[in-house]
Every structure is written in structure tokens, then in C-alpha cells.
Design a protein around this ligand. Structure first.
Ligand code: NDP
Ligand code: OXD
Length: 321
């Protein structure tokens, strides 16, 4: 009996999503299984047992009658959850050290950038101004991490080891050594009140949509050693109210922001986020999904599944992440 085909559907122009590279990697690790890049006019939809996807067009996955599992080639599944015709088969997301390490690099880089006053120091360099300002120790600064899952828990742990005070917030209770953990709506205000640098690593779900808004920013520590609290969002653009962010930067409710994700990606040329002096913008590349690491992860999962084992990191569709 022939092995079912793996269909690869990728909708992105970013360099790390070059479809041919993904196909070559899957060919190398899938042990002779047929790997097909979609769209492929010669493909019989019935031969497809697995799909590896990034932002497929809604409805595309519904055309495979013998689909057994969908592998989302990223950690966030919000784009797939928005597809009402998504087949009712296990949906697996990425949770691997390669991606986690990349995200922790981003979070540490941006926390340190604000903590070590890099925006001020680069301005000083351009102005040839030799005027260092008082530098607080990391132990005087509390980083609050929203989302203590695969990514948030690792970032929180590394920040703690760098000497920051770290608080965390999740939906259900979590325990992380050295991190003061809060959860649920009831725990949110206490978490925010002590936070100087708010890091968002939440998934986008109906519950978290627009959660990064003025009401939340106003509850952050008003006596922050940084002068005013800072927001770092690498979760999803839909988590943030962008008009509130700009207004809060302008009136001092927020001191600065690092944003990797936006409601509209790419950002339009006239967006104020490109030029605002208190904004550090990155083009949704906080943690690239790497074809080498993730093709191996998908191939291993398929092999285990076909040997009767359970798939890992299956999305809970009721929760939305
Ligand atoms: P996980 O599913 O492992 O963790 C999600 C965390 O968020 C959990 O701690 C969960 O709580 C918490 N959470 C979810 N809903 C709520 C809520 N309503 N209230 C409070 N807490 C909530 O996800 P990952 O850590 O792997 O990834 C997080 C997100 O990061 C992804 O969904 C994606 O959007 C984004 N991402 C962005 C990338 C980029 O390059 N910018 C790259 C990769 C991911 P609980 O622990 O109770 O379940
Ligand atoms: C992801 C992403 O969800 O890259 O993995 O945004």
C-alpha cells in the first residue's frame, strides 16, 4: 500500500517561507513519501493524508477527503481557526526548541533594549551627546509576561536568570520557578500593577482579541524606574488596539513599544508606527519557522502517528489555541 501524500500549502512571500525550500526539506526527511507543493494540477485530492500549511486560503483544506492530520507550520493557529470549513482532523501546531529559542532571543533583545535605554543612547550618538543617564539594575525592573505557554515560559525563565523580576499571566494556574504567576481575569490587575515592561506572547483568540488596550496600559506600574511602562508584542497584531497604543505613547501612558506584529501586515507606508520615535518595529520575524527544524518535527510526528502513537501539540479547538 502506498504512503499517503503530504501536501504543502504556503502563502507567504517572506524568505523563510520559500515553498521550494520547504518541499526539498520535506523530501529529504519524509522517507520516500510523496510531497506535493500546492497548487498542483495533477494531484488527486484523495491521495492526500497529511497537509503542512502556513496561511492556506480558507476552504483549500476542505478538498481532501482522506486527510488525517493538519500540521500548521507555525505556533499560532489563528488564521486556520478563522476557516469555518477546516476539516475536523487533528490540527498540530509548532512547539520546538528551535522556535522557542528564537522567540526568547527576540524578547531578551527588546527587554534589554528598553531597560538599557538604547533608544536614548542611539539618539545621543546621532546628536554627538555624551550624557549617560542613571542606569537602574535589572533587579529593579519587573517584566510581566502575558502568556506562559511554550514561548512565554521560556522567555520568563531566561529573563529571571538575567536578574529581572518576572511576573507572568496565563488562563489557568501555572508554576515557574522564580516567576510570580497570576491567572485569569481575577489575577490580571495585580499582575499589571507590578509590571514595568509588558511582554505579550498570547495567542489570538476571541478572548484575547484587543486585550492590549488603554485600560490595560493605564494599570501598568505608574512608578516605573523606566519612567513609563513599555509594551513588547510578539503575539499577534489582533491582540492590540493600535489607536490606543499611539495615543498612549503620545500622552505618556506608555514610554515606548516594540511591535513585531500588526493588524495589517505589511504595515502601509503611511502608518505612524514606521516613524514614531518611541516605536521599535520589526516585520513579524521575532521567531522564524525554520524549514530544517520544522520539516523534521512534522516527519517525526507522522512516523509516530502511523506507528500508532499520539500526535503532540494538538490544538484544542474549543479554546482556540
Ligand atoms: P501556547 O499555546 O503554548 O501558550 C499560550 C499561553 O497563553 C498559555 O499560557 C495560555 O494559558 C495563555 N492564554 C491563552 N488564552 C489566554 C487568556 N484568555 N487569558 C490568559 N492567558 C491566556 O502558545 P505559544 O507560547 O507557543 O505561542 C504563543 C503565540 O505566539 C502564538 O499563538 C503566536 O500567535 C505567537 N507567535 C509569534 C511569532 C512571531 O514571530 N511573532 C512566532 C511564534 C509564535 P494557559 O497556560 O492557561 O493555557
Ligand atoms: C508563528 C509565527 O505563529 O511565525 O509561528 O507567527
Amino acid at each position: 500500500m502506498s504512503m499517503g501524500t503530504l501536501a504543502v500549502l504556503i502563502n507567504s512571500t517572506q524568505q523563510n517561507w520559500l515553498p521550494e525550500r520547504w518541499k526539498a526539506r520535506f523530501d529529504a526527511v519524509c522517507g520516500g513519501r510523496r510531497v506535493v507543493l500546492l497548487p498542483d494540477a495533477g494531484l488527486d485530492p484523495a491521495e492526500v493524508h497529511y497537509a503542512a500549511v502556513w496561511k492556506p486560503v480558507p476552504g483549500d483544506l476542505g478538498s481532501f477527503p482522506n486527510l488525517r492530520a493538519i500540521f500548521n507550520l507555525g505556533a499560532g493557529v489563528d488564521a486556520l481557526m478563522a476557516d469555518r470549513s477546516l476539516p475536523d482532523v487533528p490540527l498540530v501546531r509548532v512547539a520546538v526548541p528551535d522556535l522557542t529559542n528564537r522567540m526568547t532571543e527576540y524578547v531578551v533583545l527588546h527587554v534589554l533594549m528598553h531597560h538599557r535605554q538604547e533608544l536614548y543612547l542611539r539618539d545621543s550618538q546621532r546628536a554627538k551627546r555624551w550624557e549617560p543617564q542613571y542606569q537602574w539594575p535589572a533587579s529593579a525592573v519587573t517584566v510581566g509576561v502575558m502568556g506562559l505557554g511554550t514561548l512565554g515560559a521560556d522567555a520568563a525563565d531566561v529573563l529571571r536568570r538575567l536578574g529581572f523580576r518576572v511576573a507572568g499571566w496565563s488562563r489557568s494556574p501555572r508554576t515557574i520557578e522564580g516567576v510570580e504567576c497570576f491567572h485569569g481575569t481575577a489575577g490580571m490587575d495585580a499582575f499589571l500593577r507590578k509590571t514595568d515592561i509588558l511582554v505579550s506572547l498570547l495567542p489570538l483568540t476571541p478572548d484575547t482579541h484587543g486585550i492590549l488596550n488603554r485600560e490595560v496600559f493605564a494599570k501598568l506600574n505608574r512608578n516605573s524606574p523606566l519612567g513609563a511602562p513599555v509594551l513588547i508584542n510578539a503575539g499577534r497584531g489582533g491582540l492590540q488596539n493600535e489607536a490606543d497604543i499611539l495615543a498612549c505613547l503620545d500622552d505618556g501612558t506608555l514610554g515606548a513599544v516594540s511591535l513585531d506584529v500588526f493588524v495589517q501586515e505589511p504595515q502601509p507606508a503611511d502608518s505612524r508606527f514606521w516613524t514614531h520615535p518611541k516605536v521599535v518595529l520589526t516585520p513579524h520575524n521575532a521567531a522564524d519557522t525554520d524549514a530544517d527544524a520544522i520539516s523534521a518535527y512534522v516527519a517525526e510526528q507522522i512516523a509516530k502517528f502511523e506507528a500508532g502513537g499520539a500526535l503532540e501539540n494538538v490544538v484544542d479547538r474549543a479554546r482556540g489555541y
